[in-house]
Design a protein around this ligand. Structure first.
Ligand code: PLP
Length: 424
């Protein structure tokens, strides 16, 4: 029998329910395509990657697969918390060498990407935990919290506070923070993060820090890990991924750090770490061993250099797109230390109206900001993780029509059908 407290209505009634939003975006694009077959469409909506795996990674994957295919080198089940060499490489090559953060490999758990870890981690906490979420935020944090039937406390992020929330005014138990942020592209300074760490330590809350996009940070002195902040190991879990900077969206490797020092209320040091170890062994038993060998290679000096090339490529895409949009006077946020541009509607259009306007006038498809929470109303998220040619074609198309430019800024109506669709 289904859990009587868990009803699908909880999701379908929620405005950010991702399944229905994706369907709605795609069906609007399909409808537009069929009524305008000659028009080009530029999908800048979803956050999937386009660049191939680094050659160092491919070589490691092939070698690992060959070892599995030979009788004397075949291996089966491995450590459910992840390949020890990978956990060590994350400690040494990702945290120590790049950020001077000391972690023990026992504090690192390998997952099949960041998403499952960031949502499943809620299992460690009491059923009545209150969960604070940035608004707008990455939808999985919202839906994972709804799935767990927990109360959401909103931390509004808008232009006036530079999309940087303040710690909650009330007592919460969990706080999801994501920097560089998806969708706004905002990054947090040490001072911003210190305020959250101080809050969490003062009221026994745990921060779940999503660093999926931290390799995109180029601005000096912007923390790339919550553990750069004093006291964070006592109150924060960090979740990372190889998805975006190493092209692992299909291979699926991420990690979760649960420091030994992390405690809440009645737990002792190391207890949450040990509970997560048990949870891994019971419900997961690790991500594919071949993929983990690829991740080890991504963290080698050659792999990191190639991955840096991927990150720079996407950041250049973002810069080109942002420059083009700003040239005609549209207000953009993000896109500097992040592959996402948070584009403000030029008039008081709703997110869905702005989505339609961009689609119809420029062929560019973004994600309406309201999908990420009501504070995203009036914005559109554009992703820059695509091929350069597509980005350049979108920019050319966008810039080549003076009529469309002036239209975007003046909010005139083009035709009856456009008016109709906007008013829906
Ligand atoms: N966290 C954020 C903020 C994301 O944007 C994404 C993917 O788009 C994920 C997590 C999921 O990453 P992964 O592919 O590692 O599961």
């Amino acid at each position: 029998m289904a859990n009587k407290n868990l009803s699908l209505n909880r999701f379908t009634e929620y405005p950010t329910y991702l399944q229905s939003v994706c369907k709605k975006v795609l069906s609007k694009v399909e409808a537009y395509k069929s009524s305008h077959p000659q028009k080009k469409i530029f999908m800048r909506a979803f956050g999937d990657t386009s660049q191939p795996l680094p050659t160092t990674v491919v070589r490691a994957l092939v070698d690992a697969a060959n070892r599995l295919g030979a009788p004397h080198t075949y291996t089966g089940y491995e450590d459910p918390t992840g390949n020890p060499r990978l956990r060590q490489a994350i400690c040494t090559n990702y945290y120590q060498k790049k950020k001077s953060i000391d972690l023990d490999p026992e504090e690192v758990f390998i997952s099949d990407g960041a998403q499952s870890a960031s949502v499943n981690i809620q299992e460690l906490f009491a059923p009545d935990s209150k969960v604070a979420l940035q608004n707008p935020t990455y939808p999985a944090f919202v839906e994972g919290t709804l799935l767990a039937d927990r109360q959401i406390i909103n931390l509004p992020c808008h232009e006036e506070n530079d999309f940087m929330p303040k710690p909650p005014e009330e007592k919460v138990d969990l706080i999801y923070l994501c920097f560089p942020n998806n969708p706004t592209g905002a990054v947090a300074t040490s001072e911003h993060l210190q305020a959250f760490v101080d809050y969490a330590r003062s009221c026994q809350a745990v921060i779940i820090f999503d660093t999926v996009y931290s390799p995109f940070i180029k601005t000096p002195n912007i923390p790339q890990s919550i553990y750069e902040i004093e006291g964070a190991k006592e109150c924060a879990i960090e979740i990372g991924s190889f998805s975006k900077w190493a092209s692992f969206t299909g291979l699926r490797v991420g990690w979760c750090v649960i420091p030994e020092a992390l405690t809440i209320n009645n737990t002792v040091a190391g207890e949450l770490n040990e509970l997560w170890r048990i949870r891994h062994a019971i419900k997961f038993w690790g991500t594919a061993n071949v993929a983990q060998h690829g991740a080890i290679a991504a963290l080698s000096p050659a792999g990191q250099q190639e991955c840096q090339g991927i990150v720079n490529y996407y950041l250049q895409n973002a810069r080109l797109l942002r420059d083009a949009l700003e040239t005609i006077g549209l207000k953009c946020f993000g896109g500097i230390d992040s592959p996402f541009i948070w584009l403000k509607a030029s008039q008081s259009l709703s997110s869905w109206q702005f989505f339609e306007q961009m689609l119809q006038l420029t062929g560019i498809v973004g994600v309406p900001g309201c999908v990420f929470g009501n504070c995203g109303e009036g914005y559109l998220r554009l992703g820059a993780l695509g091929h350069r040619e597509e980005i350049e074609a979108a920019i050319d198309n966008f810039c080549s029509s003076n009529y469309q430019k002036s239209y975007l800024l003046s909010n005139k109506r083009v035709s009856g059908s456009y008016k109709t669709s906007l008013s829906k």
